[in-house]
Design a protein around this ligand. Structure first.
Ligand code: SAM
Length: 289
């Protein structure tokens, strides 16, 4: 097994590999955690799995044993010869040397996983881009059934935060629109090499079959929501003024009044339904584009 402390250090030494902190390289060296992650994803021999960040293949290997096919994206070209060696025994794994943020994941799924009945994304994410990855995938893919992902605990807590709490933000709203989130377990720093600065958590995110609310243009809507959280300490009204300009203050006030939304509230107290009403109303009034 690749993902043990002994084996990992052997591989790192053999290839004289130096970690790139800037790429979020914290490799897993605990077989229990690796198995726990894969078991949580309910993968079987009909499942196609997308992985982000192969590293030296620790998680990829465990995935390959359970899944039909695994496609793993790894941005760091230095890892390719290592992976060719560590994963040589698995003919159901393909490593793609690309930045996940630039990949059309649905296109890859259509091309490569046509015979799979379920598609899961499983990853020990590179923490420096956890939010961009989740945003990119949720906004641009529709073929992934669910995700089991390791991320920094602080971000995991935001994903299913309750409205009105300090953890509730635009990411919470995005996740809540597309998915059901379950916090699975906390992971200590010591199961990684090198150990990250923060605690980690594994989260299961299942794509909703039916949405709770209809949003016509999700890209526009979520940009609006993100802008409403741009200055967290300020009121909703101050954020709205920053979006549309001081000269729109009267229209903004009258929109809030007509919707029963107190303009002195902070964005973290608004539900997705309130944001949607506000966005639609401000567009109708041509206060925002
Ligand atoms: N899966 C391995 C493990 O659990 O040991 C490695 C996980 S490590 C936290 C994250 C991996 O993602 C690194 O190998 C890093 O090079 C890779 N990575 C970083 N940014 C990436 C990106 N934009 N696209 C694809 N892979 C990326």
């Amino acid at each position: 097994m690749i993902g043990t402390s002994k084996k990992t250090f052997q591989i790192l030494k053999k290839y004289n590999f130096n970690f790139k902190k800037s790429l979020g390289q914290n490799f897993l060296i605990d077989s229990n955690i690796l198995n726990k992650i894969v078991n949580s994803a309910s993968i079987d021999k009909d499942t196609g799995v997308i992985e982000i960040g192969s590293g030296i293949g620790s998680l990829t290997e465990v995935l390959a044993k359970s899944a039909k096919e695994v496609i793993s994206f790894e941005i760091d070209g230095r890892l390719l010869p290592i992976l060719a060696d560590t994963l040589a025994a698995y003919d159901n794994v393909e490593i793609i040397n690309k930045d996940i943020l630039k990949v059309d994941v649905d296109k890859i799924i259509k091309e490569k996983f046509s015979t799979c009945s379920k598609i899961m994304l499983v990853a020990n994410l590179p923490y420096y881009i956890t939010t961009p990855i989740l945003t990119h995938l949720l906004e641009n893919t529709s073929l992934i059934d669910g995700y089991v992902v390791m991320m920094q605990k602080e971000v995991a807590n935001r994903l299913n935060a309750k409205v009105g709490t300090k953890d509730y933000n635009s990411l919470t709203i995005l996740l809540n629109y597309y998915t059901d989130v379950e916090y699975l377990f906390t992971v200590p720093k010591k199961v990684f090499v090198p150990a990250p600065n923060v605690e980690s958590a594994v989260v299961k995110i299942m794509t909703k079959k039916e949405k709770d609310i209809y949003i016509a243009d999700t890209e526009e809507f979520f940009n609006f929501v993100r802008n409403c959280f741009a200055q967290r300490r300020k009121t909703l009204m101050n954020n709205l003024i920053a979006i549309s300009g001081k000269d729109k203050k009267e229209s903004l006030l009258s929109a809030c009044q007509s919707l029963g939304i107190e303009p002195s509230r902070r964005s973290e107290t608004l539900t997705i339904f309130e944001f949607n009403k506000l966005h639609t109303d401000l567009k109708n009034r041509e206060v925002i584009k």
